[in-house]
Structure formats: structure tokens, C-alpha cells
Write a protein that binds this ligand. Structure first.
Ligand code: GLY
Ligand code: MN
Ligand code: MN
Length: 436
């Protein structure tokens, strides 16, 4: 990402807030235990607009200010601290490297911030990420409101800055897509290796280790989310992350793993028989999910709603469940009554980008967001015959032959001008290819 791309983004945002001032806070650090912290990861909006990846920073956009439109507050250089925790960018380099019109030490925030708010008609800020910083913002806002009658200028309302940035983040440009393609390429390699190396007798964590080895080996920052390596009935836990069971003969293995590369994420799931052959029940359920997934992907095209793939997947899954006797009744009524829910309890898609469950409009139904070229979303239907789960009302008892089977197939899909491109097509999913 070049500095002019970050600048373009700030420009675009500034044109939307006109006479307002937008304030963005860096992500807080997070404690792992005692005085040990997790690796730092910048807040996605902050990173999207600045590329700056240190904590204790504030970015201000004040398009109406006569001199400074982009202001950065950062930690100053501190050789003693840097010996322990690594180099800090510092105030001077923050201005030079990140294109700020002016940069200040973060300790001067309270003193310097008012001049960028006094003439603004609105304040744009996202509450809900760093609570202690919310207080700082409210204190400034209140003090400006109090002096408003005297001055006649100043913000008279606070709006959520992240709503505007989310909409911008939905459409990926070429550079972002290149990073996403690399994140995908690395995860594809990892999944293919796992497909070859997962055999009965091995432990789930061994497969996890081999996957994450490839992530780091290829320069990814690491997993995009805790990798899920779930054998047998563990696959019926959607966010299974223990990964400590021994893989048994006749198990399916569900692997949901993706990596972060240059802050952008991939998110792939495959499910396959570890001994190379599906049991008849596994194969029947797998083919239903695969069909639902493929037909859902067909719905990814400009002009369709975000909901279209989900609706299609629900129909195919419900039809399949009726065919094998896990549901009974009229398909439309079953869908309307959500009778599939004991077997399919999550949605089919989420946006993908700087966040794995990326920001952006998620309206469903009639207000569903319309897909356009440059959007990236996942298509990830599944079926989970969870042990001890009760069927929906008026539905048949669950035949034990299906119980404990969990299947999900997930691809990352880019909307193109005339349809879509399955970015993760490099990992096989056809029955003949996942069997050996
Ligand atoms: N791995 C999280 C998800 O698939 O949404
Ligand atoms: Mn996903
Ligand atoms: Mn996933």
C-alpha cells in the first residue's frame, strides 16, 4: 500500500464529512498474562486511513482547518523504552512517513485537540472500541458545547465515523485484492498440505501446527482467527479451537483456517474423510452441502442482494434434509419456520477484508445490500447433526446414523463486473478430489 493510497482514502472520507472533524483512536494493547502482552494489532479503521501500526495514537481529520487537515498524535521516541519494546516511529517520522500535516506527542492531545474541533460543525467518532478514550472525547465535546454560545462555532452533534469508513472498506481496490490474493494463496497451500497429511491416528493439533507453519513460513502475520481442526463430532462445535483430539478412522476432518497477510485475511473451510473414503451417510450430507455451496456461489453477482446466496443455500439444504428424512413438510414452510436451524444455525456469508468478519452493511431481506464489483464475501454453508440436539417442533426424530457428522465448505468470493471469482478455488472440494 503506498502512502498516496492512504491519502486518497483520507481525502474520500474528508469529502464526506465536509466541515466536520473525524477522530480515530488506535487499538488498545491487550494483556496475555501479568506483564506480557499479545502481539499488537492496529485497529482496522485506523490502519485503513493511516497505515500507522503503533498503539497510543490518535488520528484527526479536519478538512476545514486552514493549515492542518491530517493530524497525528503518537508516542514520542524514547530510547530506554525502545530497548525493551522495539523501535517507535516518533513524532518527526510520523509526519514524514505517514503524510501528516503535523504530528504531536500523544501527551499533548488535550492541549492541541480543541483547535481542530472549534470550527467543526460535527464530530465524527466511533464509540465502543476504547472506553477510556470515549471519556476523553466526551470531555472535549462537552467543553466545546459549553462555550458554543460564546463562540458561535463548534460541533453540535457526534456521528459514527466508522459507518462511513465501513462503506469505503467494502470495495477493495487492486492493491487490497493483491494482498487478499496472497493471503488466499498461502492458506490454499496450507489446506492442500493438510488434505494430504491428515490420517487416522494423528492429533488435530499436529495438523494445526503444519497449517500455521506454512502461514509464517510464507510471511503471513499468522492465523486470521484461531484455526479450527475438528475431527468427528468436534466438527459440530462451530468454533471448536481445542484441537486436541486424536483423529479416528472413519472421521471427517473439518478444517477452518485462514491467514492474515499485510493485514488482509483469508478464511477457508474444507471437510474431508481422513481415511480417504466417505461413509454413505457422510457422503450424502457432504453432497448436499456442496450443492448448496456451489449454487450459492452462482448467486454472487453484481445487482444481487447480499442475501441471495444465503437464500439459495437454505433452499438446497432444506430440500436435501427433506430428501433424507431429517425434515418433513413443504419446503417453503420449512424455510419460513426456520426448521433447518437445528442443523444449520449460522449464516452463509460475511464480508471479508481487514477484519475476518469484515465491516459493512449487513442488512438482510428487502433491504439487503446490493453486491457490486470489488466486494469480497465468504460462501460457507454447512450441516451439523449435533449430538443430543432436539429436532424442531413437528419434525421427525433424528435417526442416529446421521448423528455426529459436521460439514462446512467455505470459499472466499470476489464480486466481478459480470459475476464472481472464487479466490480459493485452489483447494479441492469435489467428492472425487477429497477422497483418495
Ligand atoms: N472462521 C470464521 C468464519 O468462518 O466465519
Ligand atoms: Mn467465514
Ligand atoms: Mn471460516
Amino acid at each position: 500500500m503506498t502512502s498516496s493510497e492512504y491519502q486518497q482514502r483520507r481525502q474520500q472520507l474528508m469529502s464526506k464529512i465536509a466541515n466536520g472533524t473525524a477522530i480515530f483512536r488506535s487499538a488498545p494493547t491487550a494483556v496475555m498474562h501479568n506483564d506480557v502482552e499479545y502481539n499488537y494489532r492496529q485497529d482496522s479503521d485506523f490502519f485503513y486511513l493511516t497505515g500507522f501500526n503503533e498503539p497510543q495514537a490518535v488520528a484527526v481529520l479536519a478538512p476545514h482547518h486552514p493549515e492542518h487537515r491530517f493530524i497525528l498524535f503518537v508516542q514520542p521516541k524514547d530510547p530506554e523504552k525502545e530497548v525493551w519494546n522495539g523501535y517507535l516511529c516518533g513524532v518527526d517520522a510520523a509526519k514524514e512517513l505517514y503524510g501528516a500535516d503535523v504530528a504531536y506527542p500523544i501527551t499533548e492531545l488535550n492541549e492541541k485537540l480543541p483547535q481542530y474541533l472549534e470550527k467543526a460543525d460535527r464530530l465524527y467518532y466511533h464509540f465502543g472500541r476504547d472506553r477510556s478514550f470515549n471519556d476523553t472525547i466526551l470531555r472535549h465535546y462537552q467543553s466545546l458545547l459549553r462555550t458554543y454560545p460564546k463562540r458561535g462555532t463548534g460541533p453540535v452533534g457526534i456521528e459514527d465515523a466508522s459507518l462511513i469508513v465501513s462503506t469505503m472498506r467494502l470495495v477493495k481496490n487492486k492493491t487490497e485484492l493483491n494482498l487478499m490474493r496472497r493471503a488466499v494463496e498461502i492458506a490454499v497451500e496450507a489446506h492442500n498440505k493438510a488434505l494430504q497429511n491428515s490420517t487416522p491416528g494423528r492429533y488435530e493439533y499436529e495438523i494445526q501446527a503444519e497449517i500455521e507453519h506454512i502461514f509464517r513460513l510464507r510471511g503471513a502475520m499468522g492465523p486470521a482467527y484461531p484455526s479450527i481442526v475438528a475431527s468427528g463430532k468436534n466438527a459440530c462445535v462451530l468454533h471448536y479451537v481445542e484441537n486436541n483430539s486424536q483423529i479416528q478412522d472413519n472421521d471427517l476432518l473439518l478444517i477452518d483456517a485462514g491467514c492474515a497477510y499485510g493485514y488482509y485475511n483469508s478464511d477457508i473451510t474444507r471437510t474431508f474423510p481422513v481415511n480417504g473414503k466417505f461413509t454413505p451417510e457422510q457422503k450424502i450430507l457432504y453432497e448436499i452441502v456442496l450443492e448448496a455451496q456451489k449454487q450459492a456461489i452462482e448467486e454472487v453477482k453484481p445487482g444481487n442482494g447480499f442475501d441471495a446466496p444465503h437464500k439459495k443455500a437454505l433452499r438446497i439444504l432444506t430440500e436435501g434434509l427433506v430428501e433424507i428424512g431429517l425434515l418433513k413438510g413443504d419446503i417453503d414452510k420449512l424455510i419460513e419456520g426456520e426448521k433447518y436451524k437445528p442443523f444449520y444455525m449460522h449464516r452463509t456469508s460475511h464480508w471479508l477484508g481487514l477484519d475476518v468478519h469484515d465491516v459493512g452493511v449487513y442488512q438482510h431481506g428487502e433491504n439487503s445490500h446490493i453486491l457490486q464489483a470489488g466486494h469480497v464475501l465468504t460462501i460457507e454453508p454447512g450441516l451439523y447433526i449435533v449430538p443430543n440436539i432436539k429436532p424442531a417442533e413437528d419434525q421427525p426424530e433424528i435417526d442416529p446414523r446421521w448423528v455426529g457428522i459436521g460439514i462446512r465448505i467455505e470459499d472466499d468470493v470476489l464480486v466481478t463486473s459480470d459475476g464472481c471469482e472464487v479466490l480459493t478455488a485452489g483447494v479441492p472440494k469435489e467428492v472425487k478430489d477429497v477422497e483418495r
